[in-house]
Design a binder for this molecule. Sequence first.
Ligand SMILES: [Zn+2]
Length: 239
Amino acid sequence: MSSRFFTTDALVIGSMRYSEADRIITLYTKERGKISAVAKGVRRTKSKVGGRLEPFSLVKMSLHSGRGSLYTVVGVETVRTFQGVRDELFRMEEGARLLSAVRHLFPGEEASAPAFNLLVRGIARLSECEDAPTAAGIVLATRLKLLVLMGYAPEVTQCARCGGDGPLYGYSPGLGGVVCDSCVEEAGASCFALSNGAVATLQTLCQNSLAEIKDLELDDRATAEVEQVVAQTLAFHGH
Ligand SMILES: [Zn+2]
């Protein structure tokens, strides 16, 4: 077998119609990071492969690399379907948010086994969430933990500028953490305010493992503010 063939564990993170019978699948693979592959014939009703390529599925996939950047799916084995994500609308909505973040976050073909394992754990945990706030918490926590893996771990307990634990004002993407009332002026224009609820949520999501996140009193405002922390941190680092 030529070296143009390889097999890897992969998460299906996107899928789009390509022609009458084919689909283009976006994958986050353990061996090569984010790649796209054409799955031929999967839109035919008799295709066995098609059902294995649903977003959120964890598969073992054999691929062939052609001349361009697009791979061709040669074979697929299901490892886990994570059907639970698709069974409830609230899980599906949060899951879609996570996959969209992953598609935008990673450049092509840059492998990271820790990021791959984190995503698998995040989707596994999401597939069994019992309520919408927990599902939102799991997805936000997974995104925060991805930031940590990328080297952008936010300081969430003490002021990122003076190290004090005085009343916290908000978050500074430039300083990479929360800042206290006395440091706001020096923290620069990118600094924005956080409610007490958002600071507490940020701390809970950063300090607990995905398995420990449950029964969160996650309100819409705190969620939106933590979203802002993730988005602004990535923007500051050029993502
Ligand atoms: Zn300070």
